[in-house]
Design a binder for this molecule. Structure first.
Ligand SMILES: [Cu+2]
Length: 150
C-alpha cells in the first residue's frame, strides 16, 4: 500500500464519520424541536409567576448535633443561624445534663442535674442572635459549651 492509497482511505473514513455526525445532529434538532413544542404548550397552560420557594425557609433552620462524650460537649463551640435546632445527645457512659448560664432568649435546661442518661437527647431551637453559654451542672466548670447564633 502506498502513501496515496493510505491518504485516500483516511479521507474516506473521515467522510463516513462526518456523515454519521450530521445524521446525529439532525436527530438532536428533531428532539430539541419536540421539547420546544412541549415548552410552548406549558406556556399556553398558564403557569405564570414565580412562587417563593419553601426550601429557602427550610434551609434557615437546620439541625446541629452536640455530643456529650468523655465528660465534654463536642463540639464545645458551635456557630449557627437563627432558627437552628440544637440537639444534645448523651454519647457517654455516664449521666449529664444541659443548663443555660447566659445569653439571649429564654432560659433552658434538660431537667435535673445529671438527668440525661446515656442515649438521651435534649433539643432547643435558637431564635435570637448572640452567644449562649451553658454547662452540665454535674461536671461544670469542666463541662461547658457555647452556641453563637448569627
Ligand atoms: Cu456532665
Amino acid at each position: 500500500m502506498n502513501e496515496h492509497e493510505n491518504g485516500l482511505r483516511e479521507r474516506q473514513k473521515r467522510h463516513r464519520v462526518r456523515t454519521r455526525l450530521i445524521a446525529l445532529g439532525a436527530t438532536t434538532v428533531a428532539v430539541v424541536a419536540l421539547a420546544a413544542g412541549c415548552g410552548g404548550n406549558d406556556e399556553n397552560g398558564g403557569t405564570t409567576g414565580t412562587a417563593t420557594s419553601p426550601a429557602t425557609n427550610a434551609a434557615r433552620g437546620g439541625t446541629v448535633e452536640v455530643a456529650m462524650k468523655n465528660i465534654r460537649f463536642q463540639p464545645e463551640k458551635v456557630t449557627v443561624r437563627r432558627g437552628t435546632r440544637i440537639v444534645w445527645v448523651n454519647d457517654d457512659s455516664v449521666a449529664h445534663d444541659v443548663h443555660k448560664v447566659s445569653g439571649p432568649g429564654a432560659d433552658f435546661a434538660s431537667g435535673p442535674a445529671g438527668g440525661m442518661q446515656p442515649g438521651d437527647k435534649y433539643e432547643i431551637r435558637v431564635t435570637q442572635p448572640g452567644t449562649i453559654k451553658y454547662v452540665c451542672e454535674l461536671h461544670k466548670p469542666y463541662m461547658a459549651g457555647e452556641i453563637t447564633v448569627k
